[in-house]
Design a binder for this molecule. Structure first.
Ligand code: NAD
Length: 492
């Protein structure tokens, strides 16, 4: 069933702004259907949005926590009231199954509520009365924040920035990805509507907009989620004005399955499968390579296939029994297929998993049947690169030392997981280089918005979520009142 395309506007200084050019967003399950149009803003419009945020900052930074929190809570309520429409729009433009789109909104709301509940305690002045006098540690707002988000979790990876930034007294210009611009714009419209003009601005577009957002001298901080290659451009663009940055980048997360993992634990096996294929594998924190102890390797593969065949049902994102929809875009589909073909050519075995629920639809959209890749080399591209799609290599390891070496042999270090007896798993986990390591669970299943999330190595800089995710939008400002105003060693 196709629906009337929607048209999204940008928001500059509290007003909807019609851009001269629009970009269509297709439905990945049926690329002939246009789900909606998002603006293609220009450099000049981006400058207008930054100027509006800059002007709004002077007053907004002086607003009270109570005022900011009550506005954000009103926005939360309105998002909740509209959640089912927003989820349907997200599903249609993105390709993720409806339950998955609803889950994304639920996690976004959880975080926004956590931010409201905790911002006052985390960012209030810390007054220290000590033997040398009195010192206040204040948490000042930073200024204009450029928020740039990717297509895979457009709502949660935008609200993860909007909520703490605005609650901390900053103003913002948000630029979502052209590959899923519609539902997140609905959310941004709701939030912007609850705040004074200019506090939250919304622009859309490609690199021209991105370059302005990351180089304009009025921008104080960049909050970016996306690919590591894009982040390199951003760091260069931001260098001249030494901008603050939170970078949440790519990952190639390892799952290590120890010899004491119970392959007959069906629930645990399903969790591994989900951690490989949720959202058709298009999550930064998906387990993208699985290492299994050689003593259980064969039985693991057998049970894994059984679990995967049960859980993976590829089809119409709106169908109730479907767990995996299409890949978001053609380029991504071709990239993932390229990695699979390369490993096949090198002699690996590629095993199809799960069921195709609707063959005609499958042919029509950017659908891929999930695959398991066996017999790849440890340094093959399918193992070393971030696939970001529905395929996963599973490889054997000899002992803990070997597994730790393989897990750490990557330029990335976002999340990881260790599966087995808890004590043993924690011992191994402590030696893995990653921002998060989950025990007996992985990917979004093990995510908790109350605790910091982010990557080490080339997976990023800084943390989102948790108290650190609030502190990331504040400057530490020390106001010192020492008793000894004159230092004894400075001559009269
Ligand atoms: P991307 O880097 O291609 O795009 C991200 C955003 O940056 C988009 O809005 C895009 O329009 C914008 N952009 C592109 N060029 C730019 C430039 N020169 N200056 C400023 N902005 C620019 O990433 P993507 O394909 O949308 O998302 C997939 C990637 O994001 C994967 O690598 C994934 O691992 C990563 N990701 C990381 C996390 C995390 O939390 N670490 C979460 C989700 C996705």
């Amino acid at each position: 069933m196709s629906v009337e395309p929607i048209v999204i506007d940008s928001i500059i200084n509290g007003k909807k702004h019609k851009a001269e050019k629009q970009a269509p967003r297709e439905n990945p399950a049926n690329p002939e259907e246009v789900v909606g149009y998002a603006p293609l803003n220009t450099k000049d419009e981006t400058i207008q949005a930054i100027d509006a945020a800059d002007q709004a900052f002077t007053e907004w930074r002086q607003s009270s926590f109570e005022d900011r929190i009550s506005r954000m809570r009103r926005a939360i309520q309105k998002i909740k009231d509209n959640a089912s429409d927003i989820a349907a729009l997200l599903s249609r433009e993105h390709g993720k199954a409806l339950y998955d789109a609803k889950g994304e909104i639920a996690v976004s709301l959880m975080w926004m509520e956590f931010a409201c509940d905790n911002v006052m305690e985390v960012l209030q002045d810390e007054v220290n009365e000590h033997d040398g006098g009195k010192t206040i540690i204040a948490r000042d707002a930073i200024g204009v924040i450029s928020a740039i988000s990717p297509w895979n979790y457009p709502i949660s990876l935008s609200t993860i920035k909007i909520a703490p930034a605005l609650l901390a007294g900053n103003t913002m210009v948000l630029k979502p990805s052209p590959l899923a611009p519609l539902a997140v714009s609905r959310v941004a419209e709701i939030i912007a509507g609850e705040f004074p003009a200019g506090v939250l601005n919304l622009v859309h577009g490609e690199a021209e907009v991105g370059v302005e957002l990351t180089s304009n001298p009025k921008v104080a901080k960049i909050a970016f989620t996306g690919g590591t290659e894009t982040a390199k451009h951003i760091m260069k663009a931001a260098a001249d004005t030494i901008k603050h940055m939170t970078l949440e980048l790519g990952g190639n997360d390892a799952a290590v399955v120890l010899e004491d993992f119970d392959v007959n634990d069906e629930k645990a096996m399903r969790r591994i499968v989900v951690s490989n294929f949720l959202t058709a594998g298009q999550i930064c924190m998906i387990a993208k390579r699985v290492y299994v102890h050689e003593s259980i390797y064969d039985s693991f593969i057998e049970k894994y296939q059984e679990a995967a065949d049960k859980w993976i049902r590829v089809g119409d994102p709106f169908a109730e029994d479907v767990t995996i929809g299409p890949v978001n875009n053609k380029k991504q589909m071709e990239f993932v297929q390229g990695l699979i073909d390369d490993s096949k050519q090198k002699g690996a075995e590629v095993i199809k998993l799960g069921k195709i629920m609707d063959e005609d639809l499958f042919k029509q959209g950017y659908f891929m049947q999930p695959t398991l890749v066996l017999g790849a080399d440890y340094d093959d591209p399918i193992v070393e690169q971030e696939q970001f799609g529905p395929t996963v290599p599973i490889l054997p390891f000899k002992d803990d030392e070997h597994a730790i070496h393989l897990a750490n042999k990557s330029i990335y270090g976002l999340t990881s997981s260790v599966w087995g007896k808890q004590e043993h798993a924690v011992k191994v986990a402590k030696r893995i280089q990653a921002g998060t390591t989950m025990i007996n669970t992985a990917a979004i299943q093990g995510l908790d918005v109350r605790f910091p999330f982010g990557g080490v190595k080339q997976s990023g800089i800084g943390r989102e979520y948790g108290k650190e995710g609030l502190l990331a939008y504040a400057e530490t400002h020390v106001i010192n009142m020492p008793d000894a105003l004159d230092l004894p060693y400075i001559p009269e």
